[in-house]
Structures are given as structure tokens and as C-alpha cells.
Design a binder for this molecule. Sequence first.
Ligand SMILES: Cc1cc2nc3c(=O)[nH]c(=O)nc-3n(C[C@H](O)[C@H](O)[C@H](O)COP(=O)(O)O)c2cc1C
Length: 201
Amino acid sequence: MENTEPSSIDPNLYALYSSARKPRILLAASGSVSATEFSTLCHCFFEWAEVKAVVTKDALKFIDILSLPRGVTVYTDEHEWACWQRIGDSVLHVELQRWADMMVIAPLSANTLGKIAGGLCDNLLTCIVRAWDYGKKQVFMAPSMTASMWKNIVTERHAMLVDELGVALIPPVLKRDPSTGEHVESSGSMADNSHISATRE
Ligand SMILES: Cc1cc2nc3c(=O)[nH]c(=O)nc-3n(C[C@H](O)[C@H](O)[C@H](O)COP(=O)(O)O)c2cc1C
């Protein structure tokens, strides 16, 4: 049957209706202890979006893949190379970058932040970010590291560089010692899951 536009419906409304689909979110995790929260975060996003997950080798040490929602495909560095045999085959990081409407990296480790700030791309996650079209699609990053790493001058420089790219940083929540009011050394200080998953264009 020919796909004709119903004459009684406003063409603009029809176009909007027929293109209506859930937002496509690339949800990525790097090797911070907060990656133990990744499954919960995946479930939050999966309530309102199509989700594909990208995880670094070290993120996998903190994530129970079986606890992720059934509809979420998880991609690792191995998939990048398993998908490619010869010239002409599609390249996974290019395909995922094209598929996504937006990307959220939560948690973002100090290491991956540094790599992104420096333009390095030696794994699936950083290749996707390196190929990202910042003019058209948003990237959110939720760093998670100890207070001493977060407040380090190196992190400050890296954060400024990714800010220039147009990345939206969701800062970690640093815990305070109630007796002194000073920030204490705490790992896994990623922003709250509900705060991150409320991220929409
Ligand atoms: C038990 C453990 C916990 C760690 N937690 C953090 C963390 O919270 N934040 C961070 O930036 N790095 C953390 N690291 C260090 C990273 O895992 C390490 O820098 C790793 O190379 C990150 O790799 P990726 O960025 O490719 O995922 C931790 C390491 C270990 C062994």
C-alpha cells in the first residue's frame, strides 16, 4: 500500500506525529567506583528513552551486566573490532555516534575526562566522543572521583577544555566532614541518579 498522507490531518502535525519516537540515548560508563550505580541509572533512562550502553574495560569491573534492563544492548571495545572485518564494513563507533540523539557519560573517570580533554581516542567510548557532532547533539558528563582528584588543578584544566567543546558537566557531590566542614576524601561522589536521568535536550 502506498504511504499517503491523510488529507484531513495538518501536514506539519502529521510529520511531527509520524516522526515521534523515543529519544535515543547513548549511556556510557568509565572506571569509577560509581559505575556500581550504572544499572540503576540505565533503568531510569530506559523509562523514557531508547538506550544503548557503552562501557570501558575498567567500568566492567564495577558493573553487573545482567542487572541492566533487557532492552539495553551493551557495547565494549571487543564489539568495536568484532564488527569490523574488512574495508567497507561499518565501524561501530561511527554507527553509534550517528544513532544517538545525545550521550551521557556517567560516571566519568578522571582518566577518561583527561583523554577526552586531550582529544585521545583509544577505546570505543572515547572514539564516539572524538567523532561527536557538538554543534547538533548534546553530551552530558557526570564526573566521579575523590575530592582530591576533583579539586586538582589538572581536573580544572580538563574541565575547562571539555566545557569549550560544549559538554555539560554535572559536577560530583562532594561530602563534607560534619565536624570541620571540610571536603573529605570520598570515592563515588557522582551526582544523584535522578538528577542525571532528568537530563533532556
Ligand atoms: C577500586 C578502584 C576504584 C576506583 N575509583 C575511581 C573513581 O571513583 N574515579 C576515578 O576517576 N578513578 C577511579 N579509579 C581509577 C580508574 O579505574 C583508572 O584510572 C582507570 O584507568 C580508568 O579507566 P577508564 O577511564 O578507561 O574507564 C579506581 C580504581 C580502583 C582500582
